[in-house]
Structure formats: C-alpha cells, structure tokens
Write a protein that binds this ligand. Structure first.
Ligand SMILES: [Zn+2]
Length: 175
C-alpha cells in the first residue's frame, strides 16, 4: 500500500463510494478528508498503548463500514516477509470474521473534517502497536453509531447517487 504520512490530505478528486454488499452510494464529499494509518515499509510510525475501548470501537467501525473498496487487497508491509502476504488479513470480532485490506473507513473529526483510514489500521493497532494521532483516537471513541455504514446511513448526503446491484426482490439475508 502506498505510504502517506498521518494527517496528510486525501486525494480531493476521488469520490466517496459507500457500500453495503451490492448496494452502493456515491458522492463528492463536502468535508475535508485527512489520512490516518497509511503505514508502509521503511517509514517510522508512533507506537504506544491506546485508551480503553479504542481498539474495540475501531473494530466496530471497520466491521460496519465499506468505503472506496478495491478489487484486490493490500497486505501488511510491516509483517515479516512470507507471512500474511498470500491471503487477506482477518480478525475475529464479536463472533464475526472481519477481513482487512480491501477498503477504507471514515471517522468524523472536527467540523468539516473526516479521517480516512485503510481497514488495515485495525491490524496495525492490534499487532504492531501503532498509536494514531490523538484527534483520531478521540474521533473513533466518539464516532456516531452507524456512520457511513451503508448507502442510507448517517453521513451519506441525501443527493448521493445510489446503485443497487442486488437481484430484484432480494433481501439482505438472501444476497
Ligand atoms: Zn502486520
């Protein structure tokens, strides 16, 4: 994955694509996106213990959001070579297997600003003791429930373009 320093700007020309399975919403964000957790081999990153509840809350967000998904997947460049390179990383969380490395999350920060992180951030925090900047940790702890967790979720503007690729008449349980 391409390394970007913490708190650097996300490419403003890219839209937001929020997915829930085969149901997508696309919009040009009115907020400014700030990168967090785009770690890469050969670049130092801060480490340390994180506050109570941070890792659990971060995993909740990673499990529920699918933003700007990619066709392939990224692996962790910080793990020893040969380990975790051939298949997607995954973590267990509340009985679910959460796959990491093929999409991003968004967490609202100060007014007008939203943090943009790769889902691999959950692995970086859990396995490599990555400690993100304090404003992000605080934003995760205060992220509204369900934020950008689907095309009709809080945070998605009402004029977003919706694309529904689900089979006609299918319910989420039958995808
Ligand atoms: Zn790793």
């Amino acid at each position: 994955m391409t390394h970007h320093p913490d708190l650097s700007p996300y490419n403003p020309s890219l839209p937001e694509i929020v997915a829930d399975g085969l149901y997508h919403a696309t919009f040009a964000p009115t907020y400014r996106r700030t990168r967090i957790g785009w770690l890469g081999a050969g670049h130092d990153y801060p480490v340390g213990p994180s506050p109570d509840g941070f890792r659990t809350r971060l995993l909740d967000i990673v499990r529920r959001q699918t933003v700007n998904a990619t066709r392939g997947f990224h692996v962790c460049e910080l793990c020893p070579r040969g380990r975790s390179r051939a298949s997607m990383l995954a973590v267990e969380h509340n009985g679910d297997t959460v796959h990491l490395g093929n999409s991003e999350i968004r967490v609202p920060g100060a007014p007008g600003e939203v943090f943009a992180a790769p889902t691999l951030i959950a692995h970086y925090v859990a396995v490599h003791d990555y400690l993100p900047p304090a404003p992000f940790v605080d934003a995760v702890l205060h992220c509204p429930d369900g934020w950008l967790s689907g095309p009709d979720a809080p945070g998605v503007p009402t004029d977003a373009t919706k694309h529904d690729f689900r089979p006609h008449g299918a319910t989420p349980d039958t995808w």
